[in-house]
Design a protein around this ligand. Structure first.
Ligand SMILES: *Cc1c(COP(=O)(O)O)cnc(C)c1O
Length: 345
């Protein structure tokens, strides 16, 4: 087999969702964010697993992600679209029964014109300045919008991964101010906000990354394992270099394995020689530059030639690998390429 194997532990995925669900009161509904193809793991398998675990409300980024999710979870589960109602979306929203989270006066007008009576929600900007109605705009149209009975009123926290950031309390106040006296269900928190405690939970939470095993949910179970096959192994003499640019030079005799995955598969080139792969629990350092389709790894200290090495798994999380690449676990997960053979555990 020439391609790496991405193993997705669906029990761990379900356990992470249940653990996050257990952090809020039974009166608070825990949804699930499955945008970007279920954070790169495959929206159908992720959504079916979380539905079986008890999730009854899902979120995607854009309407185009809706139909595949609808097919996976069946007709009766609410699916919300964070980007709201974009021009030309009406057929898709109606066809797949999606709930756009309206972000602006323009989107509200578009929605009420194009799909009168079709369910919608509202996204408010409590300070992140990315999506949602600004306080002044909300004040201007609030009465009209509430009369149409939104299915959900939400906002999003900018700094929830850091419990000490004063922005959290400021956004909480702003959300309370804007959403006060509304009888629609309210939602403020993603994974980080759930961990901030009950003040942040409101009626519905929207965990994403924690379900998939990433920070800030430090207690999460590992969900992904990525095993990369060894194509060949060679002995390198002192003074010889490995890979593009001759960026790594052996200073003693070494044995280097060439593995079948590279930056085209989401193994970010920048991770360079800070990254390691694992043979069982034995670390093996990456040497030389990451190529498009290949990695070179020092296996001098291993007995024999391994069939594969793991780059993600119990010994190296998406966040560990992200650290080596100067990025975040979210980017590692959602970059995992289409060439991997994906299998479920
Ligand atoms: C992506 C996203 C989430 C999920 O965030 P995580 O940090 O992955 O838990 C929730 N709400 C909104 C608006 C999002 O864009």
């Amino acid at each position: 087999m020439g391609t790496a194997t991405l193993t997705i532990d669906l029990d761990a995925l379900a356990a992470n969702w249940r653990a996050l669900d257990a952090m809020s009161s039974p009166a608070c509904e825990t949804g699930a964010v499955v945008k970007a193809d279920g954070y790169g793991l495959g929206v159908a398998r992720v959504a079916r697993t979380l539905h079986a675990a008890g999730a009854r409300r899902f979120f995607v980024a854009v309407a185009e992600e809706g139909p595949a999710l609808r097919q996976a979870v069946g007709p009766d589960v609410p699916i919300h679209v964070f980007s709201g109602h974009m021009p030309g979306d009406a057929d898709l929203l109606r066809g797949a029964g999606l709930i756009p989270m309206l972000n602006s006066i323009e989107q509200c007008t578009r929605h009420f014109d194009a799909l009168p009576g079709h369910p919608f929600g509202v996204q408010l900007d409590s300070g992140m300045n990315r999506l949602g109605l600004e306080p002044a705009d909300w004040a201007a149209i609030r009465r009209i919008v509430l009369a149409e009975r939104p299915a959900l009123v939400m906002s999003h926290l900018a700094c929830a991964d850091d419990p000490d950031d004063p922005m959290n309390a400021r956004q909480l106040d702003a959300f309370r101010e804007m959403a006060g006296g509304i009888d629609a269900p309210l939602s403020l928190s993603a994974t980080g906000g759930i961990l901030l405690g009950p003040d942040f939970h409101f009626d519905v939470t929207r965990p994403g990354i924690g379900v998939y095993g990433g920070l800030p949910f430090a207690e999460a179970r590992t969900v992904v394992r990525l095993s990369v096959p060894v194509i060949q192994v060679r002995d390198i003499a002192p003074g010889e270099t490995v890979g593009y640019g001759g960026a790594w030079m052996a200073d003693e005799p070494a044995r280097v394995a060439t593995l079948a995955a590279g930056y085209a598969d989401g193994l970010i080139r920048r991770m360079g020689t800070d990254a390691v792969l694992f043979h069982g629990d034995t670390p093996c350092p990456l040497v030389g530059r990451v190529s498009m389709d290949l990695l070179t790894v020092d296996v001098s200290h291993l007995e024999g030639v391994p069939d594969w090495l793991d780059i993600l798994g119990p010994f190296q999380s998406v966040d560990d690998l992200a650290d080596a690449a100067g990025t975040i676990g979210y980017e590692i997960l959602t970059s995992l390429g289409s060439r991997y053979r994906r299998q479920e555990l």
